[in-house]
Ligand binder design. Structure first.
Ligand code: LLP
Length: 418
């Protein structure tokens, strides 16, 4: 019937112009999602700020958007910090996360005077304090705590259960705070928790927050420690397929903020400033990936396989988490009749299946397939497996596409190989 238009662009034309596989991001959608969160958090309550989880999608253009919107940045590595620094991202708006920061990464963070380090252990807190002392600088610290709430999400992206590799178990927090209160160069400002990623409802967030608030009141009563910052993590889910119906983001954030306010005023505890650090919510639905169909074959008992020119290297999420996606044929949008089809990637892995059993118009070699909701953790988790170059990223604003990250060439791919 026609060509699929997304964010004001005919994506078949984008595929012809920029090649495939191609990550296409909508700046308009990213901006609107940032503003949605700000409207229900930063702008609605006092001393609340949003830090974008850069692990979900990090490019220079993304940093430009965040700076324009006045959004903070969560980094977890020297590499993420490097780009932020190269773009003069305001250091006081950077939160340095990571459960196993190297000394060199900590040094980079201190040298750039990042606003805050989120410490995953007492050992790391002491190292930051020592390294800050050697540099004669100060550092703000939050302790990541593990609320012990099992997340209703894929086990690989649940982070707050008992025995998690992330954070400090509740029973060890008092000791950690006592140590933190005596540091000479770093100042302990409060706590961080993150329940995990891709949650459909707020129950785990609220349960974890209640536990952490209990902890805040305990260390206040027992140690006189005043929590000045509480970082409540990210994890707000998005719909990859129609059957997923995540709660709107404000029904995660508003009850959490209101709970903190009520709790603190009931107990006469000073209310901490609040942080949230979404990644997927901001960029997930703001991206699609375009592929060109290659080999099409019918396999008795299995159905029709359509091979595309990408797969696992640009989207490892299906193999890692069994992630589900929706797709359409961009140059046959609305065409019929539909045929049950399985879209497979080009890697030498049986698990490299992008979408199993989806109803699509009959596909032939050369057709353009658009997979939806690929803006989060796809580009950022891409690899060169089977020596496939990393696709280009195109950013669309006001219906105008621009090349945001150029396609890796074969030369780029081998450029570090001596
Ligand atoms: N804060 C912390 C400490 C995190 O570890 C994460 C994500 C976030 C915030 C952002 O979470 P979000 O709002 O995006 O759910 N590769 C996986 C996701 C891993 C999430 C890692 N941490 C995936 O593709 O589903």
């Amino acid at each position: 019937m026609g060509n699929f238009v997304w964010s004001g662009c005919d994506v078949t034309e984008l595929a012809n112009r920029f090649g495939t596989p191609l990550y296409v991001m909508s700046e308009d959608e990213i901006t609107s999602r940032i503003r949605t969160i700000k409207a229900c958090f930063d702008d609605r309550y006092e001393r609340c700020s949003t830090y974008f989880a850069s692990k979900s999608f990090l490019t220079r253009d993304m940093l430009r958007i965040l700076m324009r919107e006045g959004t903070g940045l969560d980094v977890v590595s020297g590499g993420e910090l490097y780009l932020a620094r190269a773009m003069d991202f305001p250091p006081d708006m950077i939160m340095f996360h990571g459960n196993s920061k190297t000394a060199s990464e900590i040094g980079d963070g201190l040298d750039y005077h990042v606003g805050c380090f989120v410490c995953d252990s007492v050992e790391e807190m002491l190292l930051i304090d020592r390294m800050a002392g050697l540099r004669s600088v100060s550092a703000n610290i939050l302790l990541r705590v593990t609320p012990g709430v099992e997340g209703h999400t894929h086990k690989y992206i649940a982070t707050a259960g008992f025995g998690s590799k992330f954070g400090i178990p509740l029973e060890m927090v008092n000791d950690a705070v006592s140590i933190g209160m005596k540091l000479g160069n770093a100042s302990l400002r409060g706590f961080h928790f993150h329940v995990g990623s891709q949650f459909m409802d707020n129950s785990c967030h609220i349960a974890s927050l209640e536990i952490v608030l209990g902890l805040i009141s305990r260390v206040y009563g027992e140690l006189g420690f005043v929590t000045s910052t509480l970082d409540m993590g990210g994890g707000f889910g998005v719909a990859y397929v129609d059957s997923e119906q995540p709660q709107p983001v404000d029904s995660f954030i508003c009850p959490m903020t209101e709970l903190v306010e009520r709790f603190c005023s009931d107990l006469g505890i000073p209310r901490p400033s609040l942080v949230t650090e979404p990644g997927r919510f901001i960029v997930g639905p703001a991206g699609i990936t375009l592929y060109t169909a290659g080999s099409v074959k019918d396999v008795p008992g299995a159905g029709t396989y359509v091979g595309v020119d990408g797969g696992y290297p640009d989207n490892p999420r299906t193999a890692l988490y069994g992630a589900k996606y929706d797709a359409l044929v961009a140059n046959k949008y609305g065409d019929g009749p539909l045929k049950r089809t399985t879209i497979v990637g080009k890697c030498c892995e049986s698990g490299d299946i992008l979408i199993r059993d989806i109803n699509l118009p009959e596909i032939a070699r050369g057709d353009i397939i658009a997979v939806k909701c690929t803006g989060a953790y796809n580009y950022s988790m891409s690899s060169n497996y089977n020596k496939n170059p990393i696709p280009a990223v195109v950013m669309i604003k006001d219906g105008q596409p621009r090349l945001s990250v150029r396609r890796q060439s074969y030369e780029d791919m081998f450029s570090a190989d001596i």
